[in-house]
Ligand binder design. Structure first.
Ligand code: PEP
Ligand code: MG
Length: 323
């Protein structure tokens, strides 16, 4: 059955009512070029760079990073690749950057850490932009943003990297699109004030769930409370969709990799879903068998559900009706 579903990736990902849904891949160091060649896959929606940094015993040089990023961008052919800047801290330690904090998830992680080390951040931005020369499919995404000023600092560093490289390489250098992860609740509430500074946003439902519910995503003791279908998460996801305006918005957390999660997102208006490779076939199948224009009542029902079980039940019922 999986093989059957995968084969359909050769078709464009268009719903019964003719709406295109961009299905993207969450990728890491493994080679995913096979799935990317398929027509129904729109590119890489999340490339985490932590594994690259973890594979060295000290910060990789600009040149080492450039070589690696270029390989990824080339593998994707003409399809866009969203590469996320370094997101260490929290549950992702770097052996050569020991952090000792009482509350690492609320501490020095993601953009907070990289903005405190602009030389590292600038090095990563320069490596990314150089890797994109002559290709033009790079997009840059920043994790853990909670303040407008962080976006502004990132924009300044990106402009600096573009200017430095234009001078050094003596050719005009393309400024890649810049986006952020919406994974700290503050970003959900501030999106309408931030969107003019951004080219796109992508919800990180793994962290957004953790921070909205105050439940550690890796603690089995509270595993049952960690629920991306909690009504507060559903409401936050809906707020993002309503506040985005004309800004491109999508989601790249685990939620898009489960069929009920993908249906939830489609009902809330999401048209960019980034997921694990093994979910692509089945979500592609789902989109091609749905009339997205009829999901308005499902959205309203989801928004008035009182708990995660009720949200799941609504989604499961809808999926069963379609069979
Ligand atoms: C997320 O938080 O949802 C996400 C995609 O990023 P990560 O899992 O790497 O924190
Ligand atoms: Mg995250």
């Amino acid at each position: 059955r999986q093989a059957d579903l995968q084969l359909r990736l050769d078709q464009p990902c268009v719903s019964l009512d003719g709406q295109t849904v961009a299905l993207q891949l969450n990728a890491d160091l493994k080679s995913e070029e096979d799935s990317l060649e398929r027509q129904g896959v729109a590119g890489i929606g999340l490339f985490r760079t932590e594994a690259l940094f973890m594979s060295y015993s000290q910060f990789p040089t600009e040149q080492q990073q450039e070589r690696f990023y270029r390989q990824i961008l080339q593998q994707a052919g003409t399809k866009p690749v969203v590469i996320r800047t370094l997101d260490v801290g929290g549950d992702k330690p770097l052996p050569y950057l020991p952090l000792r904090e009482d509350n690492p998830f609320l501490g020095w992680r993601g953009v907070r850490l990289t903005l405190d080390h602009p030389e590292l951040f600038l090095g990563q931005l320069r490596a990314l932009i150089k890797a994109d020369q002559g290709l033009g499919n790079l997009q840059i995404m920043v994790p853990m943003v909670s303040q407008l000023d962080e976006i502004r600092q990132c924009r300044r560093l990106l402009a600096q990297a573009v200017q430095e490289l234009s001078e050094e390489l003596k050719v005009p250098v393309r400024r890649p699109p810049l986006g952020i992860m919406v994974e700290v609740p503050a970003a959900v509430f501030q999106l309408s004030n931030w969107r003019s500074e951004l080219d796109f946003v992508s919800v990180g439902s793994n962290d957004l769930t953790q921070y909205l519910l105050a439940v550690d995503r890796n603690n089995a003791q509270v595993g049952e409370q960690y629920d991306a279908f909690h009504p507060a998460v559903v409401s936050a996801l809906d707020m993002v969709a309503r506040q985005a305006g004309s800004l491109r918005f999508g989601l790249c957390g685990e939620l898009a990799s489960e069929v009920p999660g993908a249906l939830l997102l489609l009902a809330l208006g999401y048209r960019h879903l980034s997921m694990n490779a093994n979910a692509l076939g089945v979500v592609h199948y789902l989109v091609r068998h749905l009339d997205l224009s009829t999901l308005g009542p499902l959205r309203l029902a989801l928004l008035s559900a009182n708990d995660g079980a009720a949200v799941r039940a609504l989604l499961t019922d809808c999926l069963q009706q379609g069979q």
